[in-house]
Structures are given as structure tokens and as C-alpha cells.
Design a protein around this ligand. Sequence first.
Ligand code: BJW
Length: 242
Amino acid sequence: MRDMNQIRNIVILTGAGISAESGIDTFRGGGGLWEQHRVEDVATPEAFARDPDLVQRFYDMRRAAIQEKLPNDAHFALARLDAGWPGELLIVTQNVDDLHERAGARRVLHMHGEHLKVLCTACDTRSPWRAPLLDRPLCPACGVPALRPDVVWFGEMPYQMDAIYAALRGADLFVSIGTSGAVYPAAGLVRDARDLGAATLELNLERSQGSHWFAETRLGPATQLVPQWVEQMLASGPDNNA
Ligand code: BJW
């Protein structure tokens, strides 16, 4: 990896693996959500049009579940880095849980949406939301019962791609934590980061599909690897080397 004192601006991509030790299911692999549900049945606009109750039940269950979970040491470590890092920093999360925010991180962007928000298909308004949607509640903005989970399904455009690419253009380091590298465009960000000249680091339990794109890979559970990496960054970050 590049010398620590050359790193000022950091983009961090997180995936389901960072929340796994908080008890939130990942998607792929043994016991993952996609073993229990076919993607096409629950995570596409077509599925929602075909069987809205099935899709609402799937998300109602997960929305309720995440509210019972707590951030883990990896979320807290990233929040410490966010608070203490003097350069630019952006946590781009594919996760729809709110564990980064509950750990105290501020510079967080949810590229696949959020469980605790709804999107009204009648008026396009986003609203904070914690309750079930199966019983067709009214949109707080327009009063029409047309709410859907504010998450990005397959075939839909992930959120804030312009902001993500802008951060990548200024990044000295791109770090990927707990994501399988199976879903695009998130999986392609490492290549974009490399092309733009950033150093690249992967932290994962096992090698991801795009592991070969990273200059360095560290294998292990996020609750061990992330705090270690964060302490390393804070100990040798730009202001400590000036
Ligand atoms: C641990 C751990 C521990 C476990 N410690 N680690 C190019 C090529 C091919 C296909 C496409 C392409 N471009 C687009 C596509 C189509 C499609 C796609 O990617 N399909 C693939 C299946 C091939 N993409 C889309 O449709 C996207 N939209 C789009 O592309 O629009 C056009 C566009 C073009 C160009 C630019 C911009 C846009 C939308 C994708 C939406 C994904 N939505 C979901 C559901 C969100 C709502 C919900 O939660 O239900 O997002 S799918 C699901 O996968 C979810 C996740 O965010 C996402 C990624 O999963 P993640 O986080 O990687 O989890 P897992 O389970 O896969 O992996 C867990 C990892 O953790 C593993 O590696 C473990 O080892 C690790 N781990 N325990 C550390 N303790």
C-alpha cells in the first residue's frame, strides 16, 4: 500500500459483511437471504408489481429485525475514523441498515437505500419510516397508500452515483469491507478507484469475487480487521506525519 502519509482522502465501501456480526443476515453464501428467497421474487420492481404483499412482508420483517440489532466494533471503529480523520472521507454503504449512523458515523452515503425510509410511488417523496407497510399505510406527504421500501432493487439505479464518483476522483485510498463483489456498479468501484490512482485495500472474511483488483487483501472478521486498520490509520494519518 502507498505510504500512510500520502493518504489524505479515503473512500470506504461497506457491504453486508460488516453487519454480519451484529446478527444481520448477509445475502449470499450459506444461510444468506438469497438462500431463503429468490432474488426475482423479492428484490426487483417486477416482483413488487407482481406480488406486493410478498415483497412488503419480506421488507417488513427485515425493517423490524434491524431495529433490534446493535452496531458492532467495526461500525464503531469507522465512526472513530470519521470523527478523527482530518482529510476527506466517505463511507459508501450498500447496506440498508442504519448501524453506521447509530455507531456515530456522519459521512455516510447509502447507495442501495435505507430500511428506515419509504418512497411514495404516487408523489416520489421519501419519508422516515419504522412501521410495517403490508397494511398499506398512507403517504405522510400526499395521503395516497402508495408506499414502497426506499431500497434499490435489481434493474434500478443506485443512489448518488455522481457523489460517489466525485469522491473517488479525489481519493488516495479505496477500502472495501465485507462485500462479495457480486453486485454492480458497487463491485466495479475498485477498478474505477485504481484507474483514478488510488491505493486499494480489501477487508473481508474471505476473498471476494473482485479480490484480484485490490493491491492488498486482509482476511478475517470485520470486528477484528476494521478496528486494527482504523488504529493504524489514526496513528499514522496525514497530520501525524506532517
Ligand atoms: C464478512 C463477515 C464478517 C461475512 N466480516 N466480512 C455489470 C455486470 C453484470 C451485471 C450488472 C452490471 N451492471 C449492472 C448489472 C445488473 C445488476 C447486477 O449487479 N447483477 C449481478 C447479480 C450480476 N445491478 C443492478 O441492477 C444495479 N443497478 C444498476 O446497475 O443500474 C444501472 C447502472 C449502470 C451503471 C452505473 C450505475 C447504474 C442495482 C443493484 C441493487 C442491489 N440491491 C440489493 C438489495 C437492496 C435492498 C435489500 O437489502 O433487500 O443490495 S441486492 C444485495 O446485494 C443488496 C446488497 O447491498 C448487495 C451486495 O451484497 P453484499 O453487501 O456484497 O453482501 P453479500 O452477502 O453478497 O456478501 C457478504 C460478504 O461479507 C461476503 O464477501 C462475506 O465473505 C463477507 N462477510 N461475514 C467480514 N464477519
